[in-house]
Design a protein around this ligand. Structure first.
Ligand code: IPD
Ligand code: CA
Ligand code: CA
Length: 257
């Protein structure tokens, strides 16, 4: 099931990945959407390729894409696209960034695909069929305690205006975990939780395109994904905790402490 959809997502990610690889280290047009929120020709070219391919195959579907916005055809199917997650990394030639494509039907995540061009990693999940890295099944870690956990997080672009809330959460975690990382791509953070490299991820004020594909990949890898309050996660909610099921509750307790 969903064979055509996953094939189209693969084609879109493959073609966008070629463009991102070619532009990596060559970016010449950097614009600011906010004080520290960048957009480059790489974001725009990648997004155009992805949207053209999706639209060619599924002209009736809705699309929500970071740079182009929403195309509403009154469908109950919506593609959610981040053409370049990790733009700041990309502009600095730090090779942690990815293309993220998800499909939601009646507000339920059905598939997620994340492609990291520099590491040649492609993560995929289709609802009910497990999660895969380069076609091999992946599972979340088995780590039992926060003290033995390597956690990962990120900071929102409005952090200049409101640093304290984010720093409070960060402090709560660094004194409880074995370590905390901030690589700069939420979708990669989520996929690395799915693959068991990180034990848990938390972040707030993300957008649907930052989390949609990664959230289903974590769920299908056996992870638990909720809001900070413990409500079931959807990409339209503003906080996310994604972790192996053993430490998930401890992360919620720590964040709400
Ligand atoms: C950003 C990255 C980052 C996260 C930011 C996101 P972008 O996405 O995922 O890790 O901390 O909140 O906005 O702008 O590079 O697509
Ligand atoms: Ca993003
Ligand atoms: Ca982006």
């Amino acid at each position: 099931m969903w064979e055509k959809e996953i094939q189209v997502a693969r084609q879109a990610a493959r073609e966008a990945g070629i463009v991102l690889k070619r532009l990596f280290g060559q970016v010449s047009q950097i614009e600011k959407k906010g004080e520290i929120d960048l957009v480059t020709e790489a974001d725009l070219q990648s997004e155009k390729i992805i949207l053209d391919i999706i639209t060619r195959h599924f002209p009736q579907d809705n699309i929500l894409a970071e740079e182009a916005g929403e195309f509403n055809h009154l469908s109950d199917r919506m593609w959610i696209v981040d053409p370049l997650d990790g733009t700041t990394n990309f502009t600095h030639r730090f090779p942690v960034f990815a293309i993220s494509i998800a499909l939601e039907i009646e507000r339920e995540l059905i598939l997620g695909l994340v492609n990291s061009p520099c590491t040649n990693e492609q993560f995929e999940a289709v609802k009910g069929t497990g999660a895969f890295l380069n076609k091999k099944p992946i599972r979340v870690s088995q780590t039992k305690t926060l003290k033995d956990s390597l956690l990962v997080t990120g900071f929102p672009y409005d952090v200049y205006e409101n640093p304290q809330g984010v720093m409070d959460m960060f402090q709560k975690m660094i004194v409880r975990a074995q370590g905390v990382r901030r690589p700069g791509s939420a979708v990669i953070d989520l996929c690395y939780v799915a693959a068991g490299m990180f034990d848990g991820f938390w972040e707030e004020r993300l957008k649907p395109w930052d989390t949609a594909a990664g959230a289903i990949i974590v769920s299908e890898a056996g992870g638990k994904v909720t809001t900070y309050k413990g409500d079931p996660f959807t990409p339209h909610l503003k906080s996310i905790v994604a972790a192996n099921p053993h430490i998930h509750e401890a992360m919620l307790e720590a964040l709400n402490a």
